[in-house]
Design a protein around this ligand. Structure first.
Ligand code: SF4
Length: 187
């Protein structure tokens, strides 16, 4: 899912980062992306189950979620993120969230434009405006409801998992009733 951006400065710019031709060893890059995801997933699972792990590894998590090692700034989010992890697992099991991501796929800061395009009726261009439907539907704790932007925008978590690459199919668009994206007819 995507993260919300406000009308003002937090534009969800759909930046496409092309990693495909940037190395003569694409398999090594794919292995690196998969390893990074695996490390995150293992650390997250152990930490959420133990709870104490969330505090012990907090500098790592704040780097992953916010691109910052200043974990003390984000301690207030620890319990909401633990709760969110369980809620997301519940939604995933019920088929009410975007289910998967490609383990070996490149990190992305925007959906694949070969699969989707911006709805011609959408008035905010590349920005999500003040929408935030996807963030609210999953009760994402990274949505700053006062300022209306995503605290995790363009972070490791955002780019390596589902936020940055949302949406890729009509099913995903329908899931959050996203008004911005439509599937390309040729896709
Ligand atoms: S539902 Fe669509 S338009 Fe709304 S915030 Fe999410 S990605 Fe952006």
């Amino acid at each position: 899912m995507a993260s919300m951006s406000s009308i003002h400065s937090h534009v969800r710019e759909t930046i496409q980062v092309d990693y495909s031709g940037s190395t003569p060893l694409p398999h090594i890059r794919k292995a690196g992306w998969a390893a990074a995801r695996l490390l995150f997933t293992l650390c997250s699972a152990l930490s959420v189950i133990s709870v104490v792990g969330c505090y012990l590894l907090s500098p790592l998590f704040t780097y992953w979620f916010f691109g910052s090692g200043r974990f003390w700034k984000y301690l207030r989010l620890t319990l909401p993120v633990i709760r969110f992890s369980y809620y997301l697992a519940y939604l995933t099991l019920r088929g009410q969230s975007v289910r998967s991501f490609p383990w070996t796929g490149p990190p992305m800061s925007g959906p694949d434009r070969r699969a989707v395009q911006i709805n011609p009726d959408w008035i905010h261009a590349e920005s999500c405006g003040d929408c935030g439907k996807c963030c609210r539907k999953i009760q994402c704790p990274f949505l700053d409801r006062e300022k209306g932007h995503c605290l995790s925008y363009n972070s490791f978590y955002w780019r390596y998992f589902n936020c940055g690459r949302y949406p890729s199919t009509q099913e995903e668009i329908d899931l959050y009733q996203c008004p911005k994206w439509i599937v390309r007819k040729s896709a």
